[in-house]
Design a protein around this ligand. Structure first.
Ligand SMILES: Cc1cc2nc3c(=O)[nH]c(=O)nc-3n(C[C@H](O)[C@H](O)[C@H](O)COP(=O)(O)OP(=O)(O)OC[C@H]3O[C@@H](n4cnc5c(N)ncnc54)[C@H](O)[C@@H]3O)c2cc1C
Ligand code: SF4
Length: 522
């Protein structure tokens, strides 16, 4: 029967929501996932830039403000699989220093848990979804754990060519950990290195949620309702517990889904927007927001992108959009004298024509023609991800403009502080040195605006209701049958791409919820 009360309703069928769905459905709970976008199938993932655009629209726009507005539209997911349907699958861990930055440097915020609390879940996720890499090589920077289930991915000249350049600066490069198959894994094929991951991998070699946790959830009878946009989380009359959600279905008709437990897994922007829009008489500032921290401490990584052309055919069309090599050698928070924060270094992403065309918007006519000829064979690029620290002024609020369901749009204000700007500049300098040492004939960087990627914060975890929105499992301090999942619960963002940690922390939260079900849902 439609909209019969269920055990748990999960908002968002992306990376974090799919983990909760899998764990709870396998624990025998009746699970419904409400997903704003379409129910994408593998056959929708067509290896074409033009076709790939169809899977990117991300629902109601955010109003983007601040000195460094976040690139929301390019980062948000839309449809079953979420942004992880078409992500690059770089899967580095956060390091122990990310969890204790306040204790170690008296800056930013500590996580209420340590690396050791998350480590077993990193190992479990790797074996659940399939990851390729060299754990031993990484252990020069982190505590030992299990090996990855697959050996590193193949490398190609456009990645290998950077290694010597970085080594001349004392930066050791090792095979990058990625959620892609270097060999067949659990019935999914090995990668064919055609570099189309960014519009969704059509073969299943890339571990997007639809072929991993969500597939398991569906087998365990979780129901996915696509084209259903949640607008409010509902509470009981006393305001002591959540009771379900309000949503608009594919015909844009208002519906209510009652549930014993609600999990918000709608990514960093929407999780805060939903809580703020769910205000009631008892929760006048929004749900679970007595301390006013919902929507606060939004963080994003900067990307220092260094472009280079080599005077040889480096076969830049081969490989994946993930990295071939990576380094944590600038991950220490004080790696650079005049900056603060971690840097995660990657190289070796496959290139498409528009990738190198878009790095020289200043060229026209014969100059552009000459450049494209050189770049087609010799262009390669590295990305150095820089940490931004939590700042309460970086925030999400409700705007007066409304979406098609009458829900206020979110306004996301973001500015990098001096440390983050200094870190980005230091990375641009370091990366250019590496390119020259590697023998690049041309090296250049774009400085017009600081590129932003990966949104974190808004519903941060902490030790108690005075300093945070949720506990380390994602459970809300004020409403214990409401959970929040995804990078919105990170109190700091490190510099590592976040999804491996999103999956690990979600698994930890979901398993705790399943274990304590009677207390939480009762
Ligand atoms: C191009 C690209 C490349 C990336 N590369 C990497 C990478 O290499 N490594 C890495 O770690 N990360 C990468 N990321 C980021 C990664 O995809 C995200 O960190 C991750 O998917 C976030 O997980 P999530 O569960 O919080 O959100 P998502 O996976 O985005 O899922 C959220 C879901 O919630 C749905 N939703 C939102 N609002 C509502 C609502 N009101 N009602 C119902 N449903 C709703 C959305 O439609 C979406 O499907 C990349 C992202 C992009 C876009
Ligand atoms: S390069 Fe590999 S992971 Fe990427 S789309 Fe092709 S087969 Fe999939």
């Amino acid at each position: 029967m439609a909209n019969e009360k269920v055990d748990v309703v999960i908002v968002g069928a992306g990376a974090s929501g799919s983990v909760y769905a899998s764990v709870l459905a396998k624990a025998g709970k009746k699970v419904v996932l409400l997903e704003a976008g379409p129910d994408w199938q593998m056959s929708d993932l067509i290896s074409s830039e033009m076709w790939g655009r169809r899977i990117r629209p991300a629902g109601a726009p955010f109003l983007l403000e601040g000195k460094n507005p976040f690139g929301y539209a390019g980062q948000a997911g839309w449809g079953v699989g979420g942004a992880a349907l078409h992500y690059f699958a770089n899967h580095p861990r956060f390091l122990p220093n990310d969890y204790k930055i306040k204790s170690e440097h008296n800056r930013a915020l500590d996580w209420p848990i340590s690396y050791q609390d998350v480590a077993p879940f990193y190992d479990k996720v790797a074996h659940d979804i399939g990851m390729s890499g060299d754990a031993k090589a990484e252990e020069k920077w982190r505590p030992a754990g299990q090996s990855y289930p697959m050996p590193p991915m193949k490398t190609f000249r456009h990645g290998e060519i950077w290694v010597k350049g970085f080594e001349s600066l004392g930066i050791r490069m090792v095979p990058a950990p990625v959620a892609m198959n270097s060999t067949e894994f659990k019935g999914r094929p090995a990668c064919i290195y055609d570099g189309w991951c960014h519009v969704g991998c059509p073969t299943g070699a890339l571990a997007n949620p639809t072929v991993t946790y969500l597939s398991e959830a569906r087998k365990a009878k979780a129901e996915v309702r696509a084209l259903c946009s949640v607008t409010r989380v509902l509470t009981n009359a006393q305001g002591t517990k959540v009771a379900g959600v309000e949503y608009y279905d594919e015909k844009k008709v208002r519906q209510v889904q009652e549930a014993n437990v609600v999990v918000l897994a709608a990514w960093s922007g929407q999780n805060s927007r939903l809580l703020l829009n769910s205000a009631t008489d008892q929760h006048s500032k929004g749900l679970n927001n007595s301390n006013g921290l919902v929507g606060k401490y939004m963080m994003t990584h900067s990307i220092a992108g260094i472009n280079a052309i080599f005077d040889e055919d480096i076969q830049n069309h081969l490989g994946t959009i993930g990295a071939q090599y990576m380094s944590y050698d600038r991950y220490g928070k004080t790696s650079y004298k005049d900056a603060f924060g971690s840097t995660y270094i990657t190289c070796g992403a496959a290139q498409k024509t528009h990738d190198f065309a878009s790095t020289r918007p200043d060229l026209f006519g014969p100059d552009l023609h000459d450049y494209m000829k050189r770049a087609a064979r010799g262009f390669t690029r590295i990305s150095m991800f820089g940490e931004g620290l939590p700042n309460i002024e970086n925030r999400i609020e409700l705007a007066s403009d409304k979406d098609e369901f009458g829900m206020p749009l979110g306004r996301l204000t973001h500015s990098f502080d001096q440390d983050a700007v200094a870190l980005w500049n230091a990375n641009l300098e370091e990366g250019q040195k590496a390119a020259k040492a590697a023998g690049a004939k041309e090296v250049w960087v774009g400085r017009a605006a600081i590129p932003t990627t990966h949104l974190h914060g808004g519903t941060i975890m902490g030790t108690d209701a005075a300093n945070s929105v949720v506990n380390s499992f994602g459970q809300c301090h004020e409403l214990p049958n409401l959970y929040v999942a995804g990078p919105s619960i990170f109190p700091t963002e490190g510099a590592s791409n976040p999804t491996y940690t999103i999956l690990a922390v979600s698994l930890r939260g979901a398993e705790q919820l399943a274990a304590k079900w009677a207390t939480v849902a009762g």
